[in-house]
Design a protein around this ligand. Structure first.
Ligand SMILES: *Cc1c(COP(=O)(O)O)cnc(C)c1O
Length: 885
């Protein structure tokens, strides 16, 4: 509860408008999660500005507004007059984030609960919950909300603090240097709890030592008479204590989670893990007060429904704190038995096909992934199959490669099957294979759907004799692995209650920070679904090769390759040997055909990579054969026939030469004849006569080969347009490209219902300003303003593939409306007119290709403005633009 007078006093705020509302249930900074009677706080974020949502907040029932004075001035007159007529209290401050911090500090002083601050690399939220659960047995206890743990989140949660609270258990995050110190200054804890120190968020700390130093700040910031609880099993924490003990006020008492009066080494706790939770037993050292004998040695036994051995430390922490606050041991033990796993934290859920899911998708770091794997293995027992679905571990800085590989080395001990999702996680797969895990049991995927599908396939193929499978699902927060869990739940409709990140705010957050404010978003699910459409169109008799040239038409070849192979494609096509290299390096083992010229000096490379080569002359065939013999390998070849494209290939008229080449390909040592193909020049035309002519010519050649018994196993001809319009051209395989990306082959051959584009091209406004009439915009001042003009500068230019001439994009989308380009496009920047879009601000998202609100700007539309085809528009988006998915 927030009282207006407390707020005004704490923030030195200016009461802009008073209504009958003088207290508020809580703070909210996100109108998607706002409940009636709350105070909406407009926070300027990295993306978007809370001030734009003021009216939305009022509509959702906010009774108070905390705004910055400056931006209040910028609200439109209309908005201001709406506000003036509402029963709503408005407080203006200079800076809303700072005001919240002042409030947090003040309210903790006013109600003065005993503040317990919990920090550490992992397990903070569980530990906070466990402590609060124990304390609640005897005291009114406040706990910070979910994992709100930073300079914004903690004050927001403290809006719910009340006079009756005797304790406040708060989680302190540690994402960057100085954060713990700043948070400690704000909340001034009397009790500090340090769970563990491991490489998490290392990208913000140059080393583990720096991270340890930062976490140790909690200890040194404790006041006289403070208490510090720590996990003595953690060697880094022990070292830290030795180092810093002299800086600590002598009146601060340090308590290990496991009390040991003499500092003797303990027996290890005996921990058993079952589906109903863990039980840990430990012999306590006989306390010196009672003269003890062997028999009355005390044992401590704690139980809870939490899963995972590491949670015994969580329970011990809560146990010690409970005892130290004078709660009876039996009451503390009893409280612990009520602890249930939190969503996303080793939470057991029934899965499809009688499987059991271990949903651990809350976050991932090396230590917690290992703990998750151990729990998977312990719970599965002897009879069950153990499946680990692992996503990327992020924020590990330089340690990332090593960390993923280390998991890979161990995974085979704990799991029978490994499914990875994402590029970092492929390192886990790679290493698992090196460590001897059967490659048949390792599946690498790029999307949530494909990861879930891979698990479904494994489940479907398990022999009935096997007891149910257990599936661990884990990955860093940003990888959103809870979506995989949802797809595998026996009761998916319960997802919104049982999984992490189910709030509307999270559901809408799809943006992952790119390295640049200009980025390309690739919807790999669209690519997967388009591939399945093509596969079902051509039927099971016909293979699908997906054309991946030019970095998959600008979509990113690697992820596209993994996705199409999971969704019905069996072969990949590239333009050059060099395009095949990264695919092989990423352990893509599917057949790859090089469509283009392979010079002699690249033949050995082609052999090394095990890719199929296109040939159209005897000399090439012989050179390939020599290279193959030299390396003692075999190379598969496809003979290319030019039936009217006028590009690469042996002309269809030269039947004897074709026959000879095919014979050579069959007979030369080291060569294996795999295919015969042609390529259409006009499959996408309105008039089908040319493509039919090419098809007839190709069929003729094929007949002659068949008559001689020379037909190769894979005959193919159709590109996307041919696949959509000409079933006679399917033969053994089709070769779609553009259709897989969800783009129309041409204005005459459009994609049927159900295909969707996968690529969006976006940027962010870098500046907004007024330019008076009569001024020039951009190089050459080719555009002169006719009236005072409000322009937005965008950080995108022709060096990104955002074309300058002879025609440019014309307009882009901002706030779901078209905004025209002004003047020339520069190398890395351009300007648009936003005079008609007054809400446009710095940081706003701008769509260059894709959807925004109701508006769309398709690659086809841009192609027609530029006077080219959609193929060129997307494949010209340069590699310097980061791709996110
Ligand atoms: C690019 C290419 C394709 C795919 O063409 P789309 O029109 O994108 O379907 C097929 N075959 C060859 C030889 C190609 O070069």
């Amino acid at each position: 509860m927030i009282y207006l007078d407390h707020l005004l006093k704490a923030t030195q705020g200016n009461l802009r408008q008073l209504s009958k509302h003088v207290h508020f249930q809580a703070f909210s900074h996100d109108t998607r999660q706002l409940s009636p009677h709350e105070m909406f706080v407009a926070v300027r974020g990295e993306r978007g500005n809370g001030h734009d949502y003021v009216l939305d907040a009022v509509r959702k029932g906010a009774t108070g507004l905390l705004l910055s004075g400056q931006t209040f001035q910028q609200l439109s007159e209309q908005t201001k007059s709406v506000l003036a007529n509402e029963e709503i209290t408005i407080v203006l401050v200079e800076d809303t984030r700072q005001a919240l911090q002042h409030y947090a500090r003040a309210i903790l002083e006013i109600w003065h609960p005993t503040v317990i601050a919990v920090t550490g690399s992992v397990g903070k939220t569980s530990t906070k919950e466990a402590i609060a659960t124990v304390l609640s047995r005897q005291f009114t206890t406040f706990r910070s909300w979910q994992n709100y743990n930073d300079m914004l989140g903690i004050p927001l949660s403290l809006g719910r603090l009340e006079a009756r609270h005797e304790y406040a258990v708060l989680e302190l995050g540690c994402d960057h240097p100085g954060e713990i110190a700043a948070l400690s200054r704000m909340v001034r804890p009397q009790i500090g709890v340090l769970t563990n120190i491991s490489p998490v968020q290392l990208q913000y700390f140059s080393s583990l030592e720096h991270l340890a130093f930062e976490l140790g700040t909690l200890l040194t910031s404790l006041p006289e008479g403070g208490h510090f609880f720590y996990n003595q099993e953690d060697p880094i924490i022990r070292a830290l204590l030795e180092q810093r003990v002299h800086q600590v006020s002598s009146t601060v008492t340090c308590h290990p989670f496991l009390p040991d009066a003499k500092g003797n080494a303990h027996e290890q706790p005996r921990i058993t893990v079952g589906w109903d939770g863990i039980q840990g037993t430990i012999n306590l050292p006989a306390s010196s007060e009672h003269e003890s004998s062997e028999n009355d040695q005390a044992t401590l036994q704690l139980r809870s429904h939490l899963l995972g051995e590491h949670n015994f430390a969580t329970m011990l922490a809560a146990y010690q704190i409970g005892l130290s606050r004078g709660i009876y041991p039996s009451l503390v033990e009893q409280a612990l038995t009520t602890l249930q796993p939190l969503p996303g934290r080793l939470n057991p859920l029934p899965g499809i096909r009688q499987s059991m899911l271990l949903d651990d998708t809350h976050n991932a770091a090396p230590a917690s992934v290992k703990a998750g794997l151990q729990t998977l293995s312990a719970l599965a027992g002897e009879q069950s199959q153990r499946i680990a679905i692992l996503g990327d571990m992020l924020h590990l800085g330089d340690a990332a490669t090593e960390a993923h590989r280390a998991i890979g080395q161990e995974v085979s001990q704990y799991a029978d099957y490994l499914i990875t999702r994402g590029e970092w996680a492929t390192l886990i797969a790679e290493e698992a294979q090196l460590a001897g895990m059967d490659s048949e049991r390792i599946i690498m995927t790029s999307t949530h759907e494909d990861a879930a599908q891979a698990a479904r396939r494994i489940l479907a193929n398990l022999p009935d004799s096997d007891k149910r499978a257990v599936i661990l699902i884990k990955g860093s927060e940003e990888t959103r692995m809870e979506r995989v869990t949802e797809l595998l739940m026996a009761r998916p409709w319960e997802a919104s209650e049982l999984l992490v990140r189910q709030t509307p705010g999270w559901k809408k957050t799809i943006f992952r920070h790119a390295e640049r404010p200009t980025w390309v978003e690739i919807d790999l699910n669209a690519i997967g679904s388009n591939t399945r459409h093509i596969a079902s169109l051509v039927g099971p008799q016909t293979q699908v090769l997906v054309a991946l040239k030019a970095d998959a038409y600008g979509h990113g070849a690697l992820k596209v390759a993994r996705t199409v192979l999971q969704n019905g494609a069996s072969m990949l096509g590239v333009a050059t040997v060099s395009e095949a290299l990264p695919l092989r390096e990423a352990h893509i083992t599917a057949p790859i055909l090089v469509f283009g010229y392979v010079p002699r000096w690249q033949m050995r490379e082609a052999l090394r990579l095990g890719i199929s080569v296109t040939i159209y002359s005897k000399e090439e065939a012989q050179a390939l054969s020599q290279a193959a013999q030299a390396l003692n390998k075999t190379v598969k070849v496809h003979v290319k026939v030019d039936t009217g494209m006028g590009r690469l290939g042996i002309r269809f008229e030269e039947v004897p030469a074709i026959m000879e080449l095919v014979r050579e390909a069959k007979q030369l040592p080291g060569l294996e004849l795999e295919g015969l193909y042609t390529h259409f020049a006009q499959a996408d035309a309105e008039d089908q006569s040319h493509v039919r002519l090419q098809l007839a010519r190709f069929q003729e050649v094929l007949q002659q080969l068949e008559a001689e018994g020379l037909r190769p196993p894979i005959v193919h001809a159709a590109n996307s347009a041919g696949t959509l319009t000409l079933p006679e051209a399917y033969f053994d395989m089709v070769r779609p490209g553009i259709a897989i990306y969800g783009l129309d082959p041409s204005p005459y051959v459009r994609l049927p219902e159900g295909f969707r584009p996968a690529l969006a091209f976006k940027t962010q406004v870098s500046q907004v300003k007024w330019i008076p009439a009569g001024e020039g915009i951009s190089y050459g001042s080719t555009y002169i303003t006719e009236r005072p003009t409000r322009i937005a500068v965008l950080p995108v230019g022709y060096a990104d593939g955002f074309r300058r001439s002879p025609q440019n994009w014309g307009s882009v989308l901002i706030h779901g409306q078209e905004a025209p380009l002004l003047g020339r496009v520069c190398m890395d920047q351009c300007m648009i007119d936003v005079t008609h879009i007054p809400q446009a601000r710095m940081g706003d998202e701008v769509v260059l290709i894709g959807r925004q609100g109701e508006a769309t700007l398709t690659a086809e539309e841009i192609a027609s403005r530029l006077g080219t085809i959609n193929y060129e528009v997307v494949s010209e988006l340069l590699a310097r633009i980061p791709r996110v998915d």
